[in-house]
Write a protein of this length. Structure first.
Length: 134
């Protein structure tokens, strides 16, 4: 059996080899550079698409289940503020952010460990925030 449209499936190793612009173009990373670019020394900042949906852009079902209504900008700002301290080292790092997971049943903020990966973004540096679920 052959897969006729193999280009839709990108192995994890190939995703790491791509640069920031390519990851944004294929939809694996959401570019949020305008929100807090100064904290990253003018570099570009993005959040992995799955992490963005889980911790920043909640759907209506998650808001009803948790009985919380936090603005998307508030959740995004909290995540970017926590990651800005990890970007000071100018290398891959991990950081902790207290946040509510949209997929969990607990409406209280829990500590979650995120990863900050440095990628090339042309002449500038690109940063991508990811979350590796246990």
């Amino acid at each position: 059996m052959r897969v006729s449209q193999y280009s839709h499936f990108i192995p994890a190793e190939a995703a790491r080899a791509l640069d920031f612009d390519s990851l944004v173009e294929i939809g694996l990373v959401i570019d949020v550079s305008g929100a807090l670019a100064r904290a990253f020394a003018g570099g570009r900042i993005g959040i992995e698409a799955g992490t963005y949906e889980r911790y920043v852009a909640w759907d209506n079902h998650a808001m009803r289940r948790h009985s919380l209504h936090l603005e998307t900008s508030q959740r995004l700002h909290a995540l970017l503020e926590a990651s800005a301290f990890a970007a000071v080292a100018q290398q891959d790092a991990s950081f902790v952010c207290r946040t509510v997971d949209a997929t969990s049943n607990d409406p209280r903020a829990q500590r979650a460990i995120f990863n900050l990966k440095r990628l090339s973004a042309g002449a500038r540096t690109g940063w991508v925030i990811t979350f590796d679920s246990p």
